[in-house]
Unconditional design. Structure first.
Length: 173
């Protein structure tokens, strides 16, 4: 009989295992490592800004973005033109992107300079969250954005404002 042809049934396998364990005195089953038991406190984890349930309509989105960037309200004629362009195009994300980019490229937009941002990164992040999200950043958000700014010297305040203004959280209140 060839040993490769030997295929014991499951009961025979368990018998062989039991004989091996008995021969070794079950020493293979005993652990010399101490047993540690850890308790975990329940922690409620929620996303910052997750309590915002209402989506801003076109009028609110455009007028609030303008007010957040320029510190003043948008005149009615200009607001109507922006809303009309927003509603006339099928891809709302594209037109919102174009409107935000145009606002950010306007020299009158109140955006801190790169030098100001890098002089006080934590203050910049705090002010940014309060201004655009109307809340304090979480510890993780603070750490993450601060690390991004420190590690990427070509990251500008305009790029950060763009990311915040086009984010999902900014679309909700």
């Amino acid at each position: 009989m060839n040993t490769s042809d030997f295929n014991p049934n499951p009961m025979m396998r368990y018998s062989i295992l039991l004989i091996c364990l008995m021969a070794t005195g079950f020493s293979a089953c005993e652990s010399t490592e101490p047993l540690y038991v850890y308790e975990v406190n329940e922690v409620s984890v929620g996303q910052a800004g997750a309590d915002k349930e209402n989506v801003k309509n076109e009028l609110e989105f455009i007028s609030l973005a303008y007010a957040d960037l320029f510190g003043e309200t948008l005149d009615q004629n200009r607001l109507n033109a922006m809303v009309q362009s927003y509603e006339s195009l099928g891809d709302k994300t594209l037109i919102a992107d174009i409107l935000i980019r145009n606002m950010l490229n306007d020299p009158a937009a109140d955006i801190p300079s790169n030098t100001t941002m890098r002089a006080d990164i934590e203050g910049f992040i705090q002010a940014l969250y309060l201004r655009l999200y109307l809340r304090e950043p979480s510890a993780y958000e603070m750490w993450f954005l601060q690390a991004q700014i420190e590690q990427a010297p070509d990251l500008t305040p305009v790029a950060i404002y763009y990311a915040f203004l086009t984010s999902d959280e900014y679309r909700f209140y």
